[in-house]
Design a protein around this ligand. Structure first.
Ligand code: HEM
Length: 165
């Protein structure tokens, strides 16, 4: 999510206060100060999401060789946009007879070729809603859609929590 800043969350999935509180949970390198030293400070709304991996090689090493793509503009980058994302995230199933999956791969008919290096990231009860809405798998994904945005902002919290993308 390298092109997504905390300010992008405001009035999409967080109030300004909530987005500020989220930002403050990370440490950002800033500076130099008057002594010429770089220093760390809590994040601000203008800061971009921290990278989950130091570099592409570290990302591949942690994911069976598949590098998680940047998701900032994924809705615009894939044919079908939000509908593609919805079905990709909800479309995991057993592979049909005769399909062999490599280590760390999962079957998803919505992913080109069917073998995807991402485990199902959303499943029932993955989060708790403040209003008590049952967090079924499709509901988690749908709630994002109905709040509407070309970025997948509402999922950012879980992505960051999962330390991915
Ligand atoms: C809600 C959370 C997540 C969302 C919305 C999400 C979404 C996506 C999307 C849209 C793609 C690209 C599919 C394409 O190229 O068409 C992708 C790929 C990938 N994701 Fe995720 N992801 C999530 C969580 C995770 C997590 C937790 C991991 C790892 C622990 C992960 C690892 C990967 C990997 C390795 C790929 C590349 C797959 C391949 O090329 O085979 N993702 N993800």
């Amino acid at each position: 999510m390298r092109f997504t800043a905390y300010r992008h969350m405001v009035n999409v999935c967080f109030t300004e206060k909530e987005a500020k509180a989220e930002a403050e949970e990370i440490l950002v390198e800033d500076g130099p100060n008057e002594d010429g030293m770089m220093y760390q400070r809590p994040g601000k709304l203008a800061d971009y999401f921290p990278k989950p991996f130091a570099n592409d090689a570290a990302a591949a090493a942690a994911n069976n060789g598949a590098i998680p793509p940047d998701l900032s503009y994924m809705v615009l980058a894939r044919h079908g946009g939000e509908d593609y994302l919805y079905h990709l995230l909800n479309g995991y199933c057993d592979p049909p007879a005769g399909v062999e999956l490599g280590e760390g791969q999962h079957f998803n008919p919505y992913f080109p070729g069917g073998a995807i290096g991402m485990a199902p990231p959303i499943y029932n009860e993955i989060i708790e809603y403040d209003d008590g809405t049952p967090a079924t798998q499709s509901q988690v994904r749908e709630r994002k859609k109905t709040r509407g945005s070309n970025r997948i902002d509402t999922l950012s919290k879980y992505l960051r929590g999962a330390g991915i993308h």
